[in-house]
Design a protein around this ligand. Structure first.
Ligand code: HEM
Length: 162
C-alpha cells in the first residue's frame, strides 16, 4: 500500500484490523443490557483519507447487528477530525471532533436518515476512541434519541489483529 498521506498521519495508530477482546457492553434506558463483539478495519489508499468499516455482532448468536463504514478526514494544519459515516440502520452522519494525543473525541455535526427509518430517531451521537497504554483500543459511545437524553449505549475494548 502507498504511504499514509501526511494529512491524516497523526491517526496512523488507528490503521489496521482490530477485534474486541471480550464482548462489549451495550445498554440504554429503553433496552435490556446486551453483549456484542465487533471488528474494526481502518485502511488507507494513498489519499488524504482513512477508510473504515465496523462490524458488530451479538456475542451469543453471532448474528450481525450493526455495521458502519465511512471515511476519516482531517482539517489541514489542525487537530480537527471528521468521520463521514453510513450505518446499516439507515443513519448517515458527519461526526466532528478533536484528536488530542491518542484520544479522538467526536460529536454529531450532521445527521440524516431515510423517511421511513424506524423509531426512535437518533438525535446526537458522542464517541471517544482512545489508545490505551497497553496498546488496546477503547470505544465509548453515547447517544440521544427523540425519547431519551444523551446516555451511554456502548463500551468496548479491541486488540490489534496480527
Ligand atoms: C438499539 C442507535 C450502535 C446494538 C438501538 C436504538 C438506537 C440505536 C436508536 C433503539 C433505542 C431505543 O429503542 O430506545 C445506535 C447508534 C449506533 C449504534 C446511533 C452507532 C453510532 C450499535 C452497536 C451495537 C448496537 C455497535 C452492537 C451490537 C443495539 C441493540 C439494540 C440497539 C442490540 C436493541 C435492539 C434493537 O432495537 O435493534 N441502537 N446503535 N448498536 N442497538 Fe444500537
Amino acid at each position: 500500500p502507498a504511504k499514509l498521506d501526511k494529512a491524516v498521519s497523526s491517526l496512523d495508530w488507528l490503521l489496521g484490523n482490530w477485534e474486541s477482546v471480550e464482548p462489549g457492553k451495550g445498554s440504554y434506558p429503553s433496552l435490556k443490557d446486551f453483549r456484542y463483539t465487533e471488528d474494526l478495519h481502518f485502511a488507507q489508499m494513498g489519499q488524504p483519507i482513512i477508510n473504515f468499516m465496523f462490524n458488530a455482532s451479538d456475542a451469543e448468536t453471532k448474528k450481525i447487528l450493526h455495521r458502519e463504514c465511512g471515511f476519516i478526514r482531517m482539517q489541514t494544519g489542525t487537530n480537527r477530525v471528521a468521520f463521514i459515516i453510513a450505518q446499516n440502520s439507515g443513519l448517515v452522519e458527519v461526526e466532528e471532533g478533536e484528536l488530542v494525543g491518542k484520544k479522538l473525541s467526536l460529536h454529531t455535526q450532521a445527521l440524516a436518515r431515510p423517511s421511513f427509518a424506524k423509531e426512535p430517531h437518533v438525535k446526537e451521537v458522542s464517541r471517544v476512541f482512545q489508545l490505551q497504554p497497553d496498546g488496546k483500543l477503547e470505544q465509548t459511545l453515547s447517544m440521544s434519541t427523540d425519547k431519551q437524553p444523551m446516555t451511554q449505549h456502548l463500551h468496548i475494548t479491541y486488540s490489534r489483529l496480527a
